[in-house]
Design a protein around this ligand. Structure first.
Ligand SMILES: [Zn+2]
Length: 121
């Protein structure tokens, strides 16, 4: 028995990772506010400088929260810069790739916590 492929639909609005015709991975989802507009986004979370660069290039940015995409605008951008708690991605455009300096770095790994009462030294 094969599992049915989950297609993007308003009934299933969770964004999906797909491959663009240019070969880059993209995130395809619905604009949660309007939900009738399909958006194609880069998969790389942006830094604050990356969001400014994207906006200057005329690309919209979206916040990903609880599996939904929300367009960022003049009301939601000020005071809420991109961070690990506020993941922001930009609209995908095949000829414009996200520079590595504008990609949000991974969080450093947490130090190991020893749960036993015996100290490790
Ligand atoms: Zn592309």
């Amino acid at each position: 028995m094969t599992k049915a492929k989950a297609y993007l639909s308003p009934a299933n609005p969770t964004p999906k990772i797909q491959k663009c015709r240019c070969g880059e991975p993209v995130l395809v989802g619905w604009n949660a506010d309007m939900c009738a507009i399909s958006v194609t986004l880069d998969v790389y979370p942006l830094t604050a400088a990356g969001e400014v660069c994207a906006l200057r290039q005329g690309l919209s940015t979206y916040r990903i929260k609880n599996g939904r995409l929300k367009l960022r605008d003049q009301y939601t951008i000020p005071g809420h810069p991109p961070s690990h708690q506020n993941i922001v991605v930009r609209t995908h455009q095949c000829t414009l790739f996200v520079e590595s300096a504008h990609r949000l770095s991974k969080l450093p790994s947490k130090p190991k916590v020893y749960e036993s009462a015996v100290l490790p030294f």
